[in-house]
Design a protein. Structure first.
Length: 157
């Protein structure tokens, strides 16, 4: 199996595992409390929890169509719902690739024979992790120096 494939698979798996905790109600609640979302929106904590649970369920678990309401009033406009459907498709594609990456890594390690073979596979995994770290550092610098442009590029992707 090619070293570049194992390295790319490593990067995808690390990204997938590192992003997943940010898509939990507990993390979103923490960030909502930290930034004072209740005061900014006028919704109470129970309403925010209802919205968060519904929107995350729709985004991550495909439970609905982002049509959550509070007291009969839709939280998102049709345009916002369309955007969230697009985001869900991107997430599904990414997490699908991360699962393929996990399968590639499993096959690579199963095919590694002996100490030298496993050591070579681990070196390739380390190379993928290093490449990911460098890529994140470069992307992070770009975001810090040119946030508006980075935001636009990200959303065009």
């Amino acid at each position: 199996m090619g070293g570049w494939l194992i390295s790319a698979a490593t990067a995808l798996v690390i990204l997938g595992v590192s992003i997943a905790p940010f898509l939990t109600p507990a993390f979103v609640r923490f960030e909502q409390d930290r930034t004072g979302v209740a005061a900014l929106t006028g919704f109470d904590r129970a309403q925010l929890d209802t919205m968060t649970g519904a929107l995350l369920g729709d985004l991550v678990l495909w439970r609905g169509d982002f049509d959550v309401t509070i007291d009969g009033t839709p939280i998102l406009s049709e345009r916002e719902r369309g955007h969230m459907r697009d985001v869900r498709s991107v997430f599904a594609g990414f997490f699908g690739l991360a699962l393929v990456g996990l399968a590639i890594l499993a096959v690579a390690f199963m095919r590694s024979r002996g100490t030298d073979g496993r050591a070579a596979t681990w070196r390739t995994v380390a190379s993928g992790a290093r490449g990911l770290a460098i890529g994140i550092a470069v992307a992070g610098a770009f975001v810090v120096l040119a946030f508006d442009a980075a935001f636009e590029v990200f959303h065009r992707l």
